[in-house]
Design a protein around this ligand. Structure first.
Ligand SMILES: Cc1cc2nc3c(=O)[nH]c(=O)nc-3n(C[C@H](O)[C@H](O)[C@H](O)COP(=O)(O)OP(=O)(O)OC[C@H]3O[C@@H](n4cnc5c(N)ncnc54)[C@H](O)[C@@H]3O)c2cc1C
Length: 559
């Protein structure tokens, strides 16, 4: 007789209802009347993410965006067709206000946390549709901050629309062949349009852009914010200006833009990332003819927040699937869920995820405060420092966590039609785009500024977190936080005396130490609160586990 053994695939339930970390966090951080109002939207998104969208994602696995450069009659058309999943994702994102929620401001500063919770649920089932949403959110924030009323009136209603027919997304074209990190080296030139009768729809003067953009994700967006150097401006970032581009005219034709090709990437395969040539593309200045790199910073802060939320959401997805599988797969006579070592391995991943979660959502909270003006000077410095720290720390965690989660499936984790390997390939982009680990570590040093006010703000936040911790089991994690902080501080003082090369060489270890100790402090605070108010002791395991998984990464100074 042939034995028929069939494996049961992992499954997902409602991704909000099944997530004790998200639910416990919201309970602590959002007033109960606000939570009551927003909860139905989260339940709905959780249902879609674990159900219909997840099934569509699996079915869409082999589809990829297609670029058609020529029509049958020899006309250059450069049309990109998205995959079915992305078309649905666009509609759902608009209808559920995955961008709009942050701007409708129904719940003041909590609106940003609400939006990030929606994004966290939505992202892992939509194959990085979070990319155009992040850039759209960033473009909305940048235009609002620019005070350019013509552009705000023109684009904001579209970026924040809940009507899919009205909804626009934005790209962000910075990276050129000369550099993505070193964006000041950009070669794209802007010339004032010599035809003064040819105003844009906005009634403002056109500039014409000439150059090549080397990485432009979501090239199907309606608009883009981009950098170009007005002719005659000096070299470097200061000589660049920030421009607004509407990619297509009323007939849907690209405005002097050719899509040279789509990138053949390791992951994010649904994201149409294009190389573009701008050959006299009409554009409008957003804010002055210089300081483009500084002026696009609000966009980067938002996309870095999204990067962190995406990192946490992919960790969460890989663990949810691995945990479900552990209740289905047997080895050596019992389920994996009954193997102490297997469950210990998953507990290590859960600890990383919970720590990263609280860090990403702290940055969401501070961003929400900044957007509603409820932030003081100290917290502004804190947000400036924590944004790069959070992005770089969580992006490293997600690659490690998802990689380990695939191993939890054994060989199945390496097999494409399980849908699992894609998680790892997609995760790998998170440390690269929106600033690599090293580039953000150097940015964190800049955020410290010439005085130590930002560092003091971070220390104050850590103290605030630990002040409430009194449970015996959390005392040792709290001590580890303080010890890592003291070590980081003494390293900084020593490195500053030695000079820039020493500071730069240690910046990554220093930044990761600050990132991880901040995570542990937040985890301790949350755990204590959950123990006190919900008699929930679940998070204690995560805090204790995370505390011994490498917090102090500042190597012995070797100056
Ligand atoms: C899938 C994907 C989509 C993307 N989409 C977009 C997009 O839509 N728009 C856009 O503008 N860009 C986009 N990018 C580009 C991305 O932002 C850049 O690739 C990234 O910023 C790095 O720039 P680079 O490729 O020029 O690498 P480089 O800057 O050449 O970096 C190479 C290495 O050098 C290191 N390094 C650089 N400077 C320093 C330093 N001073 N000290 C120490 N180490 C340093 C970096 O950390 C990195 O490890 C995308 C990239 C990918 C992979």
């Amino acid at each position: 007789m042939i034995m028929q053994f069939q494996q049961v695939p992992p499954a997902l339930g409602n991704q909000y209802e099944d997530d004790p970390v998200l639910r416990s966090y919201l309970k602590r951080s959002i007033p109960s009347d606000v939570l009551r109002e927003i909860e139905p939207t989260l339940v709905e998104m959780g249902e879609l993410a674990g159900g219909e969208l997840y099934q569509m994602q699996l079915a869409d696995r082999l589809n990829e965006p297609k670029l058609t450069q020529w029509d049958a009659w020899g006309n250059r058309i450069d049309r990109i067709e998205l995959t079915p999943l992305w078309r649905v994702a666009e509609r759902i994102a608009a209808e559920h206000g995955v961008v709009a929620t942050a701007y409708e401001q129904k719940h003041d500063r909590f609106s940003r946390v609400h939006q990030c919770a929606l994004a966290y649920l939505f992202t892992p089932s939509t194959d990085i549709y979070s990319c155009p949403l992040a850039m759209t959110d960033g473009a909305a924030r940048t235009l609002l901050g620019s005070g350019n009323s013509a552009l705000i009136e023109r684009a904001l209603p579209h970026f924040t629309s809940r009507d899919p027919k009205e909804f626009w997304t934005s790209g962000q074209w910075m990276t050129e062949l000369t550099g993505g990190s070193d964006v000041g080296a950009s070669e794209t030139i802007a010339k004032p349009d010599p035809d003064l009768t040819r105003n844009s729809e906005l009634g403002t003067r056109n500039w014409l852009l000439y150059g090549r953009k080397w990485f432009t994700s979501a090239a199907t967006s309606q608009i883009a914010l981009t950098l170009a150097r007005p002719e005659g401006n000096p070299d470097g970032g200061r000589g660049l200006a920030l421009f607004y581009v509407e990619m297509r005219d009323e007939q849907g034709h690209l405005r002097n833009i050719s899509i040279d090709r789509l990138k053949d990437k390791l992951g994010t395969r649904k994201v149409p990332t294009a190389e573009l040539t701008l050959n006299g593309t009409p554009a409008q200045l957003v804010l002055g003819t210089t300081d483009g790199v500084r002026n696009i910073t609000p966009l980067l802060n938002i996309t870095r927040l999204w990067n962190g939320i995406s990192a946490v959401s992919l960790m969460r997805r890989s663990i949810a699937l691995a945990l479900d599988y552990s209740h289905k797969r047997s080895a050596f006579g019992s389920l994996l869920s009954e193997k102490p070592l297997h469950m210990d391995t998953l507990a290590g991943l859960q600890a990383e995820m919970e720590a990263a979660f609280h860090f990403a959502f702290l940055v969401a909270e501070l961003t929400g405060r900044a957007e509603t003006g409820e932030i003081d000077e100290e917290q502004t410095l804190l947000l400036r420092l924590l944004t790069p720290l959070m992005k770089l720390t969580t992006a490293r965690q997600v690659v490690a966590v998802v990689s380990e989660a695939l191993e939890a499936f054994g060989g199945a984790g390496y097999v494409e039609d399980t849908g699992l390997p894609m998680l790892l390939r997609d995760a790998q982009v998170l440390p690269i785009w929106e600033g690599t680990t090293n580039v953000l570590a150097l940015d964190a040093l800049r955020a410290l500024g010439p005085d130590d006010r930002a560092f003091k703000a971070l220390k104050a936040e850590v103290d605030h977190c630990l002040a409430s911790v009194h449970d015996q089991r959390l005392l040792e994690p709290a001590r580890i936080v303080q010890s890592a902080l003291a070590h980081a501080e003494s390293w900084l003082a020593e490195a500053m005396k030695v000079g820039t090369p020493a500071l730069e060489a240690g910046a990554r270890r220093f930044s990761l130490t600050l990132g991880r100790l901040m995570e542990l402090a937040l985890l301790c605070r949350h755990t204590q609160c959950a123990r006190d108010n919900e008699s929930d002791t679940r998070a204690t395991r995560a805090a204790r586990r995370f505390a011994v998984s490498g917090i102090d990464l500042v190597a012995a100074a070797d100056f």
